[in-house]
Design a binder for this molecule. Structure first.
Ligand code: TYD
Length: 219
């Protein structure tokens, strides 16, 4: 009998340091015998990657930005995420809808009611009352002042990375608000710590939910 699919998303402001931990978690699931689909938003399909390029680089109004994020998400859900979950895989997705609420809602100040409507349209599932939502969202919570120092050393910034610190303060508040609406779905990871300690928190959050039991491993 195939195991149930698992949908885990990763969030945080730019510079919060998600990438290495997502890769480590993929390795841990594979070591436990699970098939892993590693993907990202905006992106994850040929169409959604084209939309990513537009939305990260071309000037546009906030509604267009929100619509493109959700258009990319719709294609990604249909082409990649839902089929992988149906096959019983672990889907690890670098950003999802919480990023839209945090960046477009919090950062840009865009209407949350419109975002909720788009979320409803895009994440509805035939034959189910419930929207498709992550089983777990790992939120790398890093003070924007620390992230700004990390980003200063980074490559050419895109339309979001080039925003001032005040923007990221609003993004972080947007994430906190989403956590407040669905606390059971979130693991808040204090990310202003050495990488090894951050990884321990990530692993613990997954193990606590009973999803990473390697046979013979210590409890
Ligand atoms: P990111 O995931 O940080 O990729 P990289 O590490 O390659 O820079 O970049 C994606 C950017 O898109 C990030 O700045 C957040 C932004 N974003 C939104 O504004 N809204 C969304 O809904 C999503 C998914 C991302």
């Amino acid at each position: 009998m195939p195991s149930a699919g698992l949908f885990i998303t990763f969030e945080g402001i730019d510079g919060a340091g998600k990438s290495t931990h997502i890769a480590s978690l993929a390795d841990a699931f594979r070591a436990a015998g699970r098939h892993v689909t590693l993907t990202r938003e905006p992106g994850g399909t040929p169409l959604a990657e084209k939309l990513r390029d537009l939305v990260l680089n071309d000037a546009m109004d906030p509604l267009s930005e929100a619509l493109l994020m959700f258009a990319a998400r719709r294609d990604h859900l249909q082409q990649v995420i839902e089929p992988a979950l149906q096959r019983g895989e672990v889907v690890l997705c670098d950003r999802f809808t919480d990023a839209t609420f945090a960046y477009q809602g919090g950062g840009r100040g865009f209407d949350l009611g419109v975002l909720r409507q788009l979320e409803h349209w895009v994440q509805s599932r035939p034959g189910s009352e419930q929207l498709r939502q992550p089983d777990l969202t790992v939120w790398f919570d890093l003070p924007p002042s620390v992230a700004a120092q990390r980003l200063a050393a980074a490559r050419a910034p895109d339309r979001f990375e080039s925003q001032p610190q005040a923007f990221f303060e609003r993004v972080a508040a947007g994430y906190a608000a989403r956590l407040g609406e669905a606390p059971g779905r979130f693991a808040r990871i204090a990310s202003d710590r050495p990488k090894e300690l951050v990884w321990q928190q990530v692993r613990q959050a997954v193990e606590q939910r009973g999803w990473l039991q390697v046979s013979g491993a210590a409890a």
